[in-house]
Design a protein around this ligand. Structure first.
Ligand code: SF4
Ligand code: SF4
Length: 102
């Protein structure tokens, strides 16, 4: 335990002192935290333009795009943060970013 720092209990793993935030106690638990309300813009897919190439799904950093039973892609707005990467990589401009209405 370092002196003069937080009084929070620190763990030592393999001789390394970790702060509490550095320990993943339940892998996968972040799926319980819906982060979609951070968004100021939402991606909207025009399925009539979509070629089902999957690039949006590949590049989404939040795994917020899913393939549906028809082979087209859908946005999971519970987790999409509105970064716009999917719209940037779509080769046929099938995704537009639209201002979020609150
Ligand atoms: S806007 Fe960003 S987070 Fe949302 S679906 Fe597109 S790539 Fe994923
Ligand atoms: S990147 Fe564009 S064309 Fe490709 S699957 Fe996504 S929406 Fe469809």
């Amino acid at each position: 335990m370092r002196k003069g720092k937080s009084k929070e209990k620190r763990e030592v793993i393999n001789g390394i002192e970790l702060t509490p935030g550095g320990v993943i106690r339940s892998p996968g638990s972040t799926s319980a935290t819906k982060t979609g309300n951070w968004r100021s813009e939402r991606p909207v897919i025009d399925s009539s333009k979509c070629t089902r190439c999957g690039l949006c799904w590949t590049f989404c950093p939040d795994a917020a795009i899913r393939k549906n039973s028809n082979g087209y892609f859908e946005i999971d707005y519970d987790y999409c943060k509105g970064c716009g990467i999917c719209a940037s990589v779509c080769p046929v401009k099938a995704i537009t970013m639209q201002k979020e209405e609150k």
